[in-house]
Design a protein around this ligand. Structure first.
Ligand SMILES: Nc1ncnc2c1ncn2[C@@H]1O[C@H](COP(=O)(O)OP(=O)(O)OP(=O)(O)O)[C@@H](O)[C@H]1O
Ligand SMILES: [Mg+2]
Length: 592
């Protein structure tokens, strides 16, 4: 684990070294302070003190002491600032790496995890890496050095007092042993409950409309209360054990001075020590115990953060199920031939269960020539959207191959593949940004004129001009300010701007009215011009302009051919067609 973390510390070696030097400097400056203070006390409490003679030297020492204290404050300020900057740089890097890794993970990862849980990871766990490095790498080094310096100094001042103080150390060890395991246990639970809470919360916030529509406010509040209650009780227990650990070490910290006082009285009485030496030792005590009690504190930080840390590192180890193969090369200029060759596919296979769901495809095969426009139809759940996911490589075939221009999509780089295919998905995602930015997402370098041209071709330009802010109008979260049909046309404009060779279109199931269907249809036709085009259609009427139609059922192609041929054949397509047209025209039952 430490080796993984070293990666984050290494670029900041210089700053870590500076922090160390400054920290040691702060401690080192404390020793002369103590020594001076002790000497001053010694000078003024001496039985034979001649104040007239002593005062100038005491005053001089006071000035030096003052200077040293100021210097020490300055050094410790620079130290703290250096450490803060180090902290921030490390957190920055961890979060950036987490985000980059997130962008590389395949959709199957996101299907298994709640968004809020991932958020918890970004915010809380990334901070843990930082706390961990500070607590476990930087401060112990300083503490060990301080401790050694103080021990030497203490032995020099009074060996017998030191022995008394050292006798307390085993008690620290006992406290440590008693509280350690429990602290760790509750910390891990706390981390998991936090993830559960944020996960649940973000999901419900997104689905608030459903919560309200189904009058589930009471139910949901109760459910969230339950989650909060678990979080609360785990936190209380964590702080109980943490507090106990801290309190016991504080108690021991208080015993030390009493012990020193008790012994000093005797030593001074017997003339084996003077008041100045007592002062020195007494002042030193704090510095002696500080590293020991901080060790307990550091240990608690360590224990508290290990679960988060393990999560972050474990997360970095999560492989993406879809990645570039070693030796993958970019797709060369794409002609646009698509081939699905005896593909078997089933969802699942990843953690937590590792089980495969029922197969979606069994020996699925079909081809699309460059520039051809092919419609895909079939009953709901037959795998139409999955075909698109296979082509865009969101999932990989279990056996068989998906090819573009004769090259297996698994042998080309993902980024070149995603340049070649454009997808308008069944539920297009609109970002919370202006409409212009949403369209521009297709090709960030495009000019505003190109954005407008794309919007015109997608039949959305007029409507955008009608919005209060025009192209700068905010689309709202997930495009909440747009209607379903508008969202789809913005998504089409986005893909138009991208201008890919192969176009994959997943028609929304939500029935648009005839007018907006016509608008979308026109947009699609313009989009499809001169491209290889695969259109998943639920409304069969949208397929009239297709060159060919592929009908899927039960994991394979059951019919294939031009629309008229399929209608004449009287198979599944003809049946689906009849059902839809009858539903539309509402003929009488015997009206055929
Ligand atoms: N991420 C997933 N994990 C597990 N199973 C899935 C996943 N996505 C889809 N499925 C299942 O795979 C099958 C095919 O789904 P797909 O989305 O391809 O259907 P579809 O033909 O597009 O349906 P529709 O016409 O309703 O959009 C369905 O039975 C579905 O339950
Ligand atoms: Mg679908």
């Amino acid at each position: 684990m430490l080796r993984d973390l070293a990666r984050y510390v290494r670029p900041h070696r210089g700053r870590v070294a500076l922090a160390l030097v400054l920290a040691v400097g702060t401690s080192a400056l404390a020793l002369p302070n103590i020594d001076l203070l002790g000497n001053i006390v010694y000078q003024i409490t001496r039985r034979d003190a001649d104040y007239a003679q002593v005062m100038p030297s005491v005053e001089r020492m006071l000035w030096i002491l003052h200077g040293l204290i100021a210097l020490r404050q300055l050094v410790s300020f620079v130290r703290d600032f250096t450490i803060t900057r180090l902290n921030e740089s490390i957190q920055f890097q961890v979060r950036l790496d987490l985000f980059r890794h997130l962008t590389e993970l395949s959709p199957s990862f996101y299907e298994r995890r709640l968004t809020g849980g991932i958020l918890a990871q970004m915010l809380r766990d990334a901070g843990a890496v930082n706390a961990f490095i500070m607590a476990v790498v930087v401060s112990p080094l300083v503490d060990v050095l301080t401790f050694l310096a103080c021990v030497s100094y203490a032995i020099w001042v009074s060996p017998s007092l030191f022995a008394a103080v050292a006798a307390l150390i085993p008690f620290y060890v006992i406290v440590f042993k008693l509280t350690n395991g429990r602290m760790m246990f509750w910390a891990k639970r706390g981390r998991d409950e936090f993830e559960a809470m944020t996960g649940h919360l973000t999901e419900r916030l997104t689905g608030m409309q459903e919560v309200q529509l189904f009058n589930a406010v009471g139910r949901e509040t109760e459910k969230f209360g339950g989650i909060l209650e678990r979080f609360r009780s785990v936190n209380v227990r964590t702080s109980l054990w943490q507090g106990l650990a801290m309190a016991s070490s504080a108690l021991l910290n208080a015993v030390g001075p009493l012990l020193v006082l008790w012994m000093s009285v005797r030593l001074i009485r017997d003339g084996r020590m003077n008041v100045g030496e007592f002062m020195k030792f007494y002042a030193l005590l704090g510095m002696l115990y500080a590293p020991v009690s901080r060790f307990i504190e550091v240990n608690s930080i360590y224990r508290m953060n290990v679960p988060s840390l393990a999560k972050v590192l474990g997360f970095f180890a999560t492989p993406s199920e879809v990645t570039d193969r070693p030796g993958a090369t970019p797709l060369p200029a794409v002609r646009g031939e698509v081939e699905i060759d005896h593909v078997d596919f089933a969802y699942g296979g990843g953690p937590p269960t590792g089980k495969l769901a029922l197969p979606v495809f069994r020996g699925l095969s079909f081809r699309i020539s460059p520039g051809e426009k092919v419609g895909i139809v079939g009953p709901s759940g037959c795998g139409k959207s999955t075909v698109i996911k296979l082509l865009a490589r969101f999932v990989d075939a279990r056996s068989g191959a998906v090819r573009i221009d004769g090259r297996d999509v698994r042998d080309v780089t993902l980024s070149s593949l995603r340049d070649a295919v454009g997808v308008v998905s069944q539920v297009p995602f609109i970002f919370k940004a202006s409409i212009r930015e949403n369209i521009l997402y297709g090709r960030p370098g495009a000019s505003f004129e190109e954005v407008v041209a794309a919007a015109k071709a997608a039949n959305i330009h007029e409507e955008i001009l009608g919005f209060p802010g025009g192209y700068e109008s905010d689309a709202g979260e997930r495009g909440a300010m747009l209607s379903g049909g508008q969202r789809q046309r913005v998504a089409i404009a986005r893909v138009l701007l991208r201008d890919p060779r192969i176009l994959l279109l997943d028609e929304a199931t939500s029935a648009l009215d005839t007018e907006s269907e016509r608008l979308v249809q026109q947009a699609v036709d313009r989009l499809a011009e001169g491209k290889t085009c695969l259109i998943v259609a639920h409304r069969l009427s949208t397929l009239t302009t297709c060159d060919r139609i592929v009908v899927l059922d039960e994991g394979r192609v059951v019919e294939e051919g031009p629309m008229q041929a399929l209608l004449d054949r009287g198979g599944l397509f003809a049946r689906l067609w009849r059902m839809q047209t009858e539903a539309h025209v509402a003929r009488p039952p015997d009206g055929r």
